[in-house]
Write a protein that binds this ligand. Structure first.
Ligand code: FES
Length: 360
């Protein structure tokens, strides 16, 4: 009996290693390309969310830290703060996706597939679709609602390893707030502009807009004045003890330090309403590269700095649980780093960033 049990375990290890080996063949550009191919098949409710998630948890950064001689030193050099590791949030990093509600089934399907996998030449796109179909059939839903969360699940497995992934409880948070509605209703309500009253069309400077920062909570929103930076509106909302929830949140629900695009603390994902934000300026664009945040190359991208983006309408955002400065080291995409003159009192922070972006 003992022999059978040990044999089963050895076979288990051999087969699961095959799946991890398969997933480890793909690098960050491969994943982003795969995602691009899958986007048309993903329901609008999760189309931006899944792209944001993949930029919140960059594979290149994970691999760099995994292979660093001294990870603690690397983390310090990158000025990383908050929860950046997926191993600490296997079941929760994706709560902002509609597909999160299917997580228990998705995780079980991924584990099942990993344990029986025997095709090292499988195609990543087809692999995601295959698991998404099985999970959708089990959950009595459509693949358009499971493809995104399956991609997230496979990347989570890649960054946590099979054993940790399998052993996570696999619990999914019950939908609350706006997330209780149907996918189409969520899309319709997500960034609906606020009524400005009967004579609203006459208002010029005193319009107010809602910024949703947590679609799973009924109260997960704050107000913003027209053409105001998102971080400024967030700082006025003192309805909760933000610091108690996240040590980075000294001023409001969005962590901020410099307010001048110099530190990278305030990055956010835009679930809906990116077109109602001011265009990315030269400085924000350049700084995003320095920070390492993989901002798509659009005038109104889905990744922004909350201290720079001004809104002229309602938007729905998601706040990442960490921040850092790793662009030069990880992507090599920064030629010269010119830190701004003293536009912020955070001189110490600028010094740290200078260290994080130096050549060696
Ligand atoms: S608060 Fe420093 S970049 Fe926005």
């Amino acid at each position: 009996m003992m022999f059978v049990s040990n044999l089963t375990r050895i076979i288990d290890i051999m087969t699961t290693n095959k799946y991890e080996s398969f997933l480890n063949k793909f690098n960050e550009p491969d994943w982003l390309e795969t995602l691009e191919k899958l986007l048309p098949a993903i329901h609008a409710v999760d189309r931006n969310a899944v792209q944001i998630w993949f930029r919140f948890y960059p594979l290149a950064l994970f691999r760099y830290l995994q292979n660093a001689d001294d990870k603690a030193v690397a983390v310090q050099k990158f000025v990383m703060q908050g929860k950046y590791e997926l191993k600490d949030q296997i079941d929760s990093s994706h709560e902002f996706l509609y597909g999160h509600r299917f997580w228990t089934t998705i995780k079980n399907e991924i584990v099942r597939r990993a344990e029986s996998f025997d095709d090292g030449n499988a195609d990543l796109t087809e692999e995601i679709k295959r698991i998404a179909k099985a999970a959708a059939d089990q959950s009595k839903t459509t693949e358009s609602l499971t493809i995104g969360i399956v991609a997230v699940g496979l990347m989570t497995l890649t960054q946590t390893g099979f054993d940790a992934f399998k052993n996570a409880p696999g619990a999914a948070k019950q939908p609350t707030g706006l997330m209780k509605k149907s996918p189409d209703q969520i899309v319709g309500n997500r960034a609906k502009d606020d009524s400005q009253g009967l004579l609203g069309f006459l208002k010029t400077i005193n319009k107010e807009w809602t910024v949703r920062y947590d679609e799973t909570a009924a109260g997960g929103k704050f107000k913003l004045m027209n053409d105001e930076e998102i971080a400024s509106g967030a700082a006025r909302d003192q309805s909760q003890n933000w610091l108690e929830k996240d040590a980075r949140c000294g001023e409001g629900v969005i962590p901020v330090e410099c307010r001048s695009a110099a530190c990278g603390t305030c990055w956010i994902g835009i679930l809906e309403g990116a077109e109602k934000l001011s265009d990315v300026g030269v400085r924000e664009r350049k700084q995003m590269k320095i920070f390492g945040y993989n901002q798509p190359d659009d005038a109104k991208p889905i990744l922004r700095l909350a201290c720079q983006a001004k809104a002229n309408g309602a938007v729905s955002i998601v706040i990442p649980p960490w921040n850092g400065v790793f662009g030069k080291k990880i992507y090599g995409n920064v030629e010269d780093v010119e830190l701004e003159p003293a536009t912020t009192s955070a001189a110490k922070l600028r010094e740290t960033i200078a260290t994080a972006t130096e050549n060696n």
